[in-house]
Write a protein that binds this ligand. Structure first.
Ligand code: GLN
Length: 197
């Protein structure tokens, strides 16, 4: 399995490790490639859109011609896991002129919505499709406010969606790559089966 991590900015190495672990649980090997230029995404089976700074990621993927390739990847039904800033970039409405969203996940988001008090926090949350709660790490996380028809909410915190699936894209407001638990990567890339932690 060839996994591309969009690496224009953000946390890349952790996702590489997590996708390798998820693949290993299925007796598969993930070859991880870092995507900084156009021409790499078309060869990838799955993609990861990491956290970081959504305004920067958005600007660079459009400038480098990667944005259109990500759209084609999803149009072909191939999986994507988008986390935190990745979710913002994949949304339909980021409510911020500096983000030109890809419109791959039919949700609107509020950047940094959890506010100063809860800037960063951790919570054990139930996630649809996982047997046991997932330890979710939130860092200046966006909130998802409007969820379109056809979007499945996989997890909530305080009644707000924090993980969703829209077709081949799984998007989380939290950072599943920051724990050793590969189950969210597994949900995204091996949707037919589940790994028990
Ligand atoms: N707050 C960041 C943004 O709006 C996202 C933070 C993150 O990815 N951890 O882009």
């Amino acid at each position: 399995m060839k996994a591309g991590v969009i690496a224009v900015q953000g946390d890349v190495a952790e996702h590489a490790a997590a996708v390798r672990n998820a693949a290993a649980a299925h007796d598969e090997t993930a070859e991880v490639v870092e995507v900084r230029d156009a021409g790499i995404v078309p060869d990838c089976d799955v993609l990861l859109m990491p956290g970081g700074e959504s305004t920067t990621i958005s600007r660079l993927i459009h400038r480098e011609g990667i944005a259109a390739e990500i759209r084609d990847h999803v149009a072909a039904g191939k999986p994507v896991l988008a986390t935190c800033a990745g979710l913002i970039v994949c949304s339909t409405d980021a409510k911020d002129d500096r983000v030109d969203p890809l419109g791959l996940v039919d949700v609107s988001v509020d950047r940094n919505a959890f506010g100063r008090q809860k800037d960063s926090f951790e919570a054990k949350i139930p996630v649809t499709g996982l047997d046991d709660p997932f330890h979710a790490v939130f860092i200046r996380a966006p909130a998802i406010d409007d969820v379109g028809d056809g979007v499945e909410t996989l997890a909530t915190v305080d009644g707000r969606p924090v993980a969703v699936r829209d077709g081949p894209v799984v998007a989380t407001a939290f950072h599943p790559e920051l724990t050793d638990d590969p189950r969210v990567h597994d949900l995204a890339f091996f949707p037919e089966s589940e790994v028990v932690a």
